[in-house]
Write a protein that binds this ligand. Structure first.
Ligand SMILES: [Zn+2]
Ligand SMILES: [Zn+2]
Length: 268
């Protein structure tokens, strides 16, 4: 059976420092879920658990702020959950731990935020250094003492890597196989991030990113699928205009990646 798009596991609210749109609030997000027949929608604001000392300058909101919305509005047939998008600092410290995970239904962790100078990187790293960073940061997620079945690896391919196509092309097949094989064993979900698979904010642009035009973007997904990883979709919306991309773009990617319902990451 073909993969059914029934969720969005990556939505920022206006609490994220990079989303100031007042419309990006729980009521509007619930309406979005309803309009798109989504069964599960998860808010994932940028977050650093302040109980974990950061060795650089963290980006994201703290515990008090991320729970500010209080209980989410509920609607029959729609699960709206509170999650977070956590990070790893320049020295390899993960901004969450096992205790943090008890406060959330789901947590995204990014190995690929390599654009946050002074927090996750210096900013002047070469392609070779970024290849090593990608591998090291993903290993930190895989080796962490956290409940991997409620963890998602956010945007494994994204321009945020910087020189991303060269970096992704530079990671050997054997390394991807080893890392994604381990992810599959642990039950960690792999995100198909719609924002990262667009070249621009032009609505028509999403059909231009194909396995033929952007092989570097599709190779990691092919390998992850071969290794048995499970996938979820994330719009990475920062404002309601981003909601428009979800359905049409996800449907194209489901076909391009030949995703079946059995490839879906299920959050229990
Ligand atoms: Zn991100
Ligand atoms: Zn995000």
């Amino acid at each position: 059976m073909r993969y059914v798009l029934d969720h969005d596991f990556h939505v920022h609210t206006q609490l994220s420092p990079c989303s100031s749109n007042p419309e990006q609030n729980p009521t509007r997000i619930l309406q979005y879920a309803k309009e798109n027949n989504l069964k599960t929608v998860i808010t994932t604001d940028h977050y650093w658990d302040e109980r974990v000392p950061c060795s650089t300058k963290p980006y994201g909101i703290n515990n008090e702020t991320i729970h500010k919305w209080g209980p989410y509005p509920q609607e029959d047939g729609i699960r709206m959950l509170i999650g977070a998008e956590a990070d790893i600092d320049f020295n390899g410290i993960l901004g969450i731990n096992r205790r943090t995970c008890e406060d959330f239904d789901f947590i995204l962790i990014s190995a690929t935020h390599m654009h946050m100078d002074g927090f996750t990187c210096r900013g002047d790293e070469t392609v070779e250094e970024r290849i090593a960073m990608y591998i090291r940061r993903l290993e930190i997620i895989l080796n962490a003492d956290i409940p991997h079945k409620k963890i998602g690896f956010s945007h494994p391919v994204t321009p945020l890597i910087c020189y991303h196509e060269q970096v992704l092309d530079g990671i050997p097949e054997s390394e991807f196989r080893r890392l994604f094989g381990r992810a599959a064993e642990l039950g960690l979900g792999v995100e198909i991030n719609l924002s990262s698979m667009r070249d621009s904010d032009d609505f028509d642009d999403y059909t231009q990113v194909t396995p033929q035009t952007h092989p570097a973007m599709f190779r990691p997904y092919r390998i992850a699928k071969e290794m048995g990883c499970k996938f979820f979709f994330g719009s990475d919306s920062h404002s309601p205009s981003d909601f428009l991309f979800l359905k049409p773009m996800a449907e194209v990617l489901i076909d391009q990646l030949e995703l079946k319902e059995s490839d879906k990451f299920i959050l229990s």
